[in-house]
Design a protein around this ligand. Structure first.
Ligand SMILES: [Zn+2]
Length: 191
């Protein structure tokens, strides 16, 4: 889901083809992730997750990922946190950070993630709904939600931010410029 969301909001190479892939990926993934997680014998749900992941991969192959990945990589590198989990730990916080610059794009994705949307809501309000949903999904899937849950110390945050700022090939794709202070604040919010 992160691959699709970041591809859809990618600043430089966003295009109609990657947008189409991202939307279909999110439809498949958001409709099947809970079933596939808790009922591993459900072959249809697993098949849909496999196809959704494949389409999301094609989406970000055409419109690269950005700050979620830039901040997730140091978590994997230093603390051996698996890729999906490291992304989920920072995803809601990066989306909150980005919302001032791409709430309209997050709102465009909302119908492919949420089951209900209040069409009277502004893009910013819809973005909050999407972030709240992803927060609740992360909890529903019993994933750790805070960096402190993974034996990461407060004193590690500066090193994480230092390393995140080295991921320039990813940061350049982010809809909002990320400074070192921003990276610190996002990790702090995730802590
Ligand atoms: Zn990834």
């Amino acid at each position: 889901m992160v691959h699709a969301i970041e591809a859809y909001t990618s600043k430089i190479r966003k295009n109609s083809y990657s947008d189409m892939l991202a939307k279909q990926a999110l439809t498949l993934l958001s409709n099947n992730i809970v079933t596939a997680t808790f009922d591993g014998k459900n072959i249809v749900a697993r098949q849909n997750m496999l196809l959704g992941a494949c389409l999301a991969g094609q989406a970000f192959a055409n419109a690269p990922v950005a700050a979620v990945h830039a901040l997730a990589y140091p978590l994997g590198g230093h603390f051996h946190i698996p890729h999906g989990l490291s992304n989920s730990l920072v995803l809601p916080h990066v989306m909150d950070f980005n919302s001032s610059h791409c709430a309209n794009l997050y709102a465009e994705l909302a119908p492919f993630i949420l089951t209900t949307i209040n069409i009277q809501d502004s893009p910013e309000e819809i973005t909050v709904s999407v972030i709240d949903y992803l927060d609740s999904l992360i909890k529903k899937l019993h994933l750790p939600t805070r960096l402190r849950d993974l034996d990461i110390q407060q004193s590690d945050i500066t090193t994480l931010a230092d390393d995140a700022m080295l991921q320039t090939r990813l940061l350049v794709n982010n809809p909002k410029t990320v400074t070192h202070a921003d990276a610190l604040a996002i990790y702090q919010a995730a802590y």
